[in-house]
Write a protein that binds this ligand. Sequence first.
Ligand SMILES: [Zn+2]
Length: 243
Amino acid sequence: MLRQGCIRAVGVAVLWSSASRSVHITSAQQNLTRVIVKQPFYLSAAFLLKKAIWRIKMATPPYNHVTQVGDPVLRGKSDPVHPQDIRTKEFQDLIQKMVGVMRKTGGVGLAAPQIGVAQQVFVMEFTEKHMKGFSEEIQKAREMEVVPLKVFVNPSLKILSDNQVVLTEGCLSLTGFSAATPRAHEVEITGLNEKGEPVTWRVCGYPARILQHEYDHLQGTLYIDRMDTRTFADLQWPQWNEK
Ligand SMILES: [Zn+2]
């Protein structure tokens, strides 16, 4: 999900309780460095204890919430959808749930892995309300335009421009953070729509950014893989300095 609020860099940031992970770096053979990320034992034990005591029920996909970085579903390549399945009630319900989660979280796009489903489908829209969140100057500079709801199943994305545009980008799967991220200025997407019909869309500017962000989710790629790492920021960072 490309989070509109994060683009403005001062959006509504939701503080998330980080299941902090310790990173152990060890030297390996042939001077290679292996980075092993482990969940600290006390966190795992605390979770199991809490689960046993409170009988915590785990939700099952498709979720009504957005999965967070660290969830393996965000890092795998999603499976293609069988075209014959697109018109089934189950798949149509999945699309409706994606649209619902995207809208309730204020997003401008949502990919299926973000609600726990590893299938090649994403939704996007950029409404008048989204537009009004930006000054006319910014709208023009970022080449924003209203885009009614679009659904892409089994998409392919072709980069049509060598020009890279760098803008601050966020993602609800990395709640509360943002970073300057380069994206191609113009792309062409082909795939199937919500009715299973073939669609092609050639677009530039801000919609092209949304498409690239959501398409990346289906490959297990996040904006943090493309960002200028020195611009990575906690949107709430000033609050940490308050007395
Ligand atoms: Zn995202």
